[in-house]
Design a protein around this ligand. Sequence first.
Ligand SMILES: Cc1cc2nc3c(=O)[nH]c(=O)nc-3n(C[C@H](O)[C@H](O)[C@H](O)COP(=O)(O)O)c2cc1C
Length: 166
Amino acid sequence: MPRKLEIKDLDANFFTLLNDRWALLTAADGEGCNPMTVSWGGTGILWGKPVATVYVRPQRYTKGLMDREEYFSLSFLPEDRHDVVALCGSKSGRDVDKVKECGLTVLKDEKVPYFAEAELTLICRKVYQQDLKGECFTDPEVDGKNYPKKDYHRMYIGEIVAALRG
Ligand SMILES: Cc1cc2nc3c(=O)[nH]c(=O)nc-3n(C[C@H](O)[C@H](O)[C@H](O)COP(=O)(O)O)c2cc1C
């Protein structure tokens, strides 16, 4: 079983973890769950709380789950399970049961599912959500390059309520 870490003892480099390793973003989907790969996001301090921020485009199946659920988890799998994060970033929960297809073992905090295979998991309680807006870009090149279809991400900020080391 993963063991709980003090958040102040987290020594992970989230720049390299997110950018190179990628993460599985998961919110409950009824009794099941649907992991979606993310590589954009971050961790920090906001409103005096340790927080994780993720960004989800409107067309993702995961967006409905993120909107509805109070909790989400971010799971970082070991390097040799890159096949799993690649699959969860290329198939939609609308079409396939990704947990089954990847052979993932779901563990359940009472609030949110996460995975036994993860080396590190952040359990987050949603605090804030807001769509990015075209008119708020101070650099129009970033807007044009990332949102030609105007499908702006919704930003979700969650308080990190637990960190688990697998
Ligand atoms: C490396 C990688 C990173 C990704 N990061 C994000 C992200 O931060 N936000 C997002 O909305 N989609 C991101 N995606 C795309 C989703 O993971 C992908 O569309 C997925 O199939 C959506 O699953 P769902 O429909 O089950 O939610 C990423 C995909 C990959 C391969």
